[in-house]
Design a protein around this ligand. Structure first.
Ligand code: MN
Ligand code: MN
Length: 297
């Protein structure tokens, strides 16, 4: 499968997972079951009153970041901070507290690096790491890490967030190379949990109602991603856990898209995804993977 197709599937997976999960964001699994049985449709609604196929900050911040990378030909923290600030001024449908606070800090100081805080361990930087993973595909591990941190620290300057961002970026990149799920598990997910016990996702109870704390988000994503064998099953499994479901959906969709590829994405989901969003994801994925210089055009 061409790498560019996997990159496109990762971006579409991010948006579809976001749109699917947003309907049930902040709901408990039993509330979801009572209302929908199994929630498996891009039906919109939710606390944000979305249209079917409409995405939230997880996707729109990724697109803002991706645009700035394409404009600059590189991951540039200051340019990305300006892109996020412009995104915030345009009144997005939702915005995380940590994102808002640290973008206001950027507006005041002009410094695109937020002050370090162990409390800023939300999932807001991890949810938008995909454009960096694509743009740095094929670069050295250290270069990937530096780029991950440059984008993440604009709003989340925290070691747990960094660990998640870097692990997710490396997982996407290895999936783009055609590595299998077992490789992603043993090379990336288990080592993350070994280094940071809060990320353990095995031998703990099934994660339900995952919070916006990045370790809880990643636990839910990893359980769904490694315990299913298909794009659709993975996304349905993760969003029906409720909690921060648009973000678990977005991150799981990015990984599952990269692993399973374009053909695995259900046509009805693709068709229902907001057309402008779909086009932006497809176009950015191809641009960003070309930027990396590692893929024949
Ligand atoms: Mn969101
Ligand atoms: Mn969310």
């Amino acid at each position: 499968m061409p790498t560019a197709d996997r990159a496109t599937a990762a971006y579409l997976g991010l948006a579809i997972g976001d749109a699917l999960g947003a309907t049930v964001e902040f709901m408990l699994p039993r509330e979801i079951a009572a209302k929908y049985g199994v929630h498996d449709t891009l039906r919109g609604g939710g606390w944000l009153h979305l249209k079917p196929g409409q995405v939230t900050d997880d996707t729109t911040m990724s697109l803002a970041l991706g645009n700035s990378i394409i404009e600059q030909d590189k991951v540039d923290a200051l340019a990305a901070a300006h892109a996020f600030d412009a995104w915030m001024r345009a009144k997005p449908v939702d915005i995380g507290n940590t994102v808002r606070r640290n973008l206001l800090h950027f507006r005041k100081t002009g410094n695109p690096e937020a002050p370090y805080s162990d409390n800023d361990a939300g999932n807001g930087a991890a949810m938008r790491v995909l454009p960096v993973a694509l743009a740095t595909f094929g670069q050295t591990a250290e270069a990937v890490r530096v780029a991950c941190r440059a984008q993440a620290h604009i709003t989340h300057h925290c070691v747990a967030s960094d660990a998640a961002c870097e692990t997710l970026a490396f997982m996407v990149q290895d999936a783009l190379r055609g590595k299998d799920k077992n490789h992603l598990l043993h090379k990336h997910a288990h080592p993350l949990a070994a280094q940071f016990p809060e990320f353990r996702f095995r031998a703990i109870k099934q994660s339900t109602n995952p919070s916006g704390y990045v370790a809880h988000t990643v636990q839910a994503v990893f359980q769904s991603f490694f315990d299913t064998d298909d794009f659709r099953d993975c996304l349905i499994d993760v969003v029906n856990r409720g909690g921060d479901a648009d973000t678990t959906g977005a991150i799981a969709g990015m990984l599952a898209g990269a692993l399973y590829g374009l053909e695995a994405i259900p046509g009805i989901w693709l068709k229902t995804l907001n057309a402008e969003t779909r086009h932006a994801c497809e176009s950015q994925a191809r641009h960003l993977i070309r930027l990396s210089g590692c893929v024949p055009q």
